[in-house]
Design a protein around this ligand. Sequence first.
Ligand code: PEP
Length: 255
Amino acid sequence: MRKKIVAANWKMNLNLEEGKTLVDGILGNLPMLTKQKQVVIAPSFVHLSQTVVQLDEYEHIYLGAQNCATEASGAFTGEVAASILASVGVQYIIIGHSERREYFKESNEALVKKINQALANNLQVIFCCGEPLVIRDANEQNTYVGKQIEAALFHLSNEQMKNVVIAYEPIWAIGTGRTASTEQAQEMHAHIRRVIVNKFGEAVGANISILYGGSCNDKNAIELFACEDVDGGLIGGAALKVDAFLAIINAMMFA
Ligand code: PEP
């Protein structure tokens, strides 16, 4: 059975104290998570050592990072290697977020290296894909997203794919307040699953978790998570508020 996951992407928000307060608030009212219904918190690197201590006594809520280096170690000032993240207690890494592709010019080659580094260090990858508005308007989103997946994931083995989660994030819906309709989300998630089945087979396709991201919030999460191929969400803005994030977690619990 595939896992349902709600993952928080804090991006470049919250100082250390604000991060601590947010995590305390979430933990204070966290529902009973299970192996099949998990939460991931991905704060900035600076928060990781603090957040891992806060999460220590709780089950099925994991520490995530928002990025990792392409290389294993060495003279790469300002970069953080997957092995260093793993040593702090990180279990998930978000790779291929559209903001990193766009603002930091991350190429498919760089994403492949990062994914390889993450998997080599026993970390779970949350691989992000999604189309910009011009592609959606031209109705070419399926081909576009299929190519992103092919470029970044098709070199992996079926065994490695067990440690990959996909997040579909239509770029036109990220941080814009605009959300994909449930029909658009379901259609794309089913397409992504077909792409995975065609390459890796039925079992991998049936078991891979595909999260929706893009202005998912406490108002629309129930509807989005009710879609057959939507296995939870990658949440930006709404993950910065205790009540909204808890409501999204609860939407997953009842999905
Ligand atoms: C994101 O960028 O991962 C995201 C989903 O952001 P938001 O929820 O703010 O649209």
